[in-house]
Design a protein around this ligand. Sequence first.
Ligand SMILES: [Zn+2]
Length: 474
Amino acid sequence: METLKKFFSISLLFTFAIATFGQTMPQRDRAVRPLVCDVLIVGGTVVTMDGERRVIEDGAVAIKDGNIVKVGDRKSVTQNLTAKRTINAAGKAVIPGLINTHTHAAMSLFRGISDDLDLNDWLTKFIFPAEAKNVTEEFVRAGTRLALAEMVRGGTTTFCDMYYFEDAVAEETKKAGVRGVLGETIIKFPVADNKTPEAALAYTEKFIKKWKNDPLIVPAAAPHAPYTLDTATLKSIREQSDRLNSAVIIHVAETKKERDDILSQYGKTPAAYLDSIGFLSDRTIAAHSIWLTPDEIDIYKMRGVGVAHNPQSNMKLASGVAPVPAMLAAGVAVGIGTDGAASNNDLDMWDEMDTAAKLHKLTSNDPKTLPAEQVFEMATIGGARALHLDGITGSLEVGKRADIAIVDLDSLNQVPYYNIYSALVYSTKAADVRTVIINGRVVMLNRRLLTLNESVIKKDANAYRNKIILSLKQ
Ligand SMILES: [Zn+2]
């Protein structure tokens, strides 16, 4: 018995020793075992757009499970790290993917259909009739694919969309591996997918619930504008947004006519009117916002509204100049958008940055207005803030999703360069973007699109062109 006891206590001790040994070993192991990341971008100038605005020469970014796990100088990042795949970015800029805060992707099929008109004539004489005769779910899919290809090629990794058949937009966007805040349009007249605002609201409800937890798609409602919906519908949309905790995209104060009409109808200017009916919140994304009063800028700040500034579309339609410097000074989150390709006529965020920087210098008569760094901020982390997505994207920081563009710095239009923000905002073109990663996935490598078929996309677009021309003759 005594022997048996002894045996048990010895074996117990032995088990304990193994258990302890077993516990300590992996710990010691972990200290030396390198971190295995999925993608390592190494070399190049890493423009983080983090809180300290770090720009790291000969930097590196490590990505694992779609997240940025390390960012810093090459030595500190690569120490004790191995990568399944390495991308050499020497001599290039590694930047947060650009954020297009306002577009109508499928409208790329209407690129150049009519130009040089004011918004009212452009919409009522061309766009609305062309849409009525042509927009189907297939049209939206083809147009969205065209837009996605153009955006990825230009380094855009997140876009904010407003159109019809948004569920199809979401499917195409997810397939392409692009991040999107996608809003189903709600408007007072019958449109391709929904014949009434009530039907559009029901569609939106289903759409938001379906996509709510998707890693790439942020589903939203997109009431077209204060002048194309009644107060009761706008209130229902706010109620839905509260209930589903979902974003709301709307055009606000795009033209002087809208401002004057809303003022005479409701006794308040557009943003003040929207606020008076309880519509604005920190989930609202307001496009344009050109004809704002200083009080309305304060309302935006107070409510946490994000703004999408679309300088080229606003210039082309002669809608006016949004008070961007005043909004930024008030602490409003302002991003940059291209608007749809029908009124721009491209989805090129580089062009748009360049225009934003110059437009506000001209109108303020002060070349110090909107310096390059501030404009680059609007196209990255500022845009993420405007879309209420700055928790996950917009900068290269540990813990954020890996939405990254690698950009050449040695094209003829870029050499020599002295200041990285100047080079990016004033000299770089969309064609200088080389590689794009979204949510950790490489979607363009050395200018080759990996998730979208460029030749099929172009063929489809040209076929739609012929169909659209015929439809407008009928
Ligand atoms: Zn728009």
